[in-house]
Design a protein around this ligand. Structure first.
Ligand code: R5P
Length: 337
């Protein structure tokens, strides 16, 4: 009987010793945790960690977008929801026109006309009103929210103000906010100030800002002007700049802008011309396109956005992309799509 108590004590001490040792080495106290029913199934077989790969240095890869290396993790992650890390370019579909011009041709019924295009858009540029009412929350690509506004087409367009709170942008899980900047416009300073305030709050919360260079009707769209407008946006903190393609000197615009530039589509052109414009913009340094009317006002928008994708991501020659557009258009027509 005495021996029994002795063995009992020895086993108790041994168990306590083993548990202390386990605690020291970060191994679970299996007796205690099991007793308290706290153990996780895989802890029983846990061995001491030993695969430290001492001879392999961790990789320190630069971020894939121009001028974006010093940004925080959150901003970079959001940018990677807009730009494909594989090509470092984007096909952004702009459908925000209603914020100043109401139901634009092609956008009368976003549920009918635009939803079929979503699978092909890397990012969607739109207002929070259309996002909340019409876009399924299962949409997984980048949302670029229009964050400035005020005047309608009936008034002076440059008289914009910030039209949404960064908090709401975050609530909507947005990948970036977009703001119009009217360099040379009547309310130039006000619109620049709108952008810098959004940049400040965007930097605070990790949300990138897209500066949209808005060119007034009576302004000359030449390289000198576009360079000026893009550079001002980037200098004052925009993380991405949207601007128009110009036939002469677009490469000097992209070269002198330290952040990615996306090409604005502008007014509707014949499909081949729009594909040529997108091709040239990408060849001359654009990080993709942010096109609206040239896609949703096309005779075959689903075919057009697919053709644009091939130009932007694969650098498909515009003539081939146009052939693809026609093939897809005919196929979709036959399927009744
Ligand atoms: C204009 O400046 C706005 O951002 C537009 O509503 C839109 O993004 C323009 O797209 P697009 O010129 O390609 O139709």
């Amino acid at each position: 009987m005495q021996n029994f108590y002795l063995w009992f004590a020895v086993i108790g001490s041994l168990s306590e010793y083993l548990n202390r040792r386990a605690a020291l080495h970060g191994i679970a106290d299996t007796t205690a945790t099991k007793k308290g029913n706290l153990t996780m199934a895989d802890l029983d077989g846990t061995n001491e960690a030993k695969n430290f790969h001492l001879s392999i240095q961790p990789e320190n890869k630069p971020f894939f977008l121009k001028g974006s290396n010093a940004l925080g993790w959150g901003i970079q992650n959001r940018l990677a929801r807009i730009f494909s890390p594989a090509s470092a370019r984007t096909v952004m579909l702009a459908i925000d026109h209603g914020y100043f011009q109401g139901p634009t041709t092609g956008l009368e019924r976003i549920d009918i006309n635009i939803l079929p295009l979503l699978p092909y858009a890397d990012a969607l540029m739109l207002t929070r009103g259309i996002l909340r009412t019409t876009i399924p929350s299962s949409f997984g690509n980048g949302i670029v929210l229009r964050a400035s506004g005020g005047p309608s087409v009936l008034k002076e367009l440059s008289n914009e103000q910030i039209a949404m709170d960064m908090e709401d942008a975050i609530r909507l899980n947005t990948a970036a906010v977009a703001v119009q900047v009217y360099i040379g416009g009547e309310y130039e300073t006000q619109t620049v100030h709108n952008m810098t305030r959004l940049v400040d709050s965007g930097n605070r919360y990790g949300v990138p800002v897209l500066g949209v260079t808005a060119v007034g009707r009576d302004m000359v769209r030449d390289a000198r002007y576009i360079r000026l407008a893009c550079r001002i946006c980037a200098e004052l903190g925009a993380h991405i700049v949207k601007t128009y393609y110009i036939p002469e000197g677009f490469e000097t615009v992209t070269a002198s802008c330290p952040v990615p530039i996306v090409m604005a589509g502008g007014k509707k052109l014949p499909e081949l011309d729009a594909l040529v414009m997108a091709y040239k913009a990408v060849e001359e340094g654009a990080a993709g396109v942010d096109m609206g009317r040239n896609i949703f006002q096309s005779e075959a928008p689903v075919a057009m956005i697919q053709a644009v994708r091939h130009v932007v991501h694969e650098r498909m020659k515009p003539e081939h992309a146009y052939e693809l557009y026609q093939t897809l258009k005919n196929e979709n027509r036959q399927r009744g799509a």
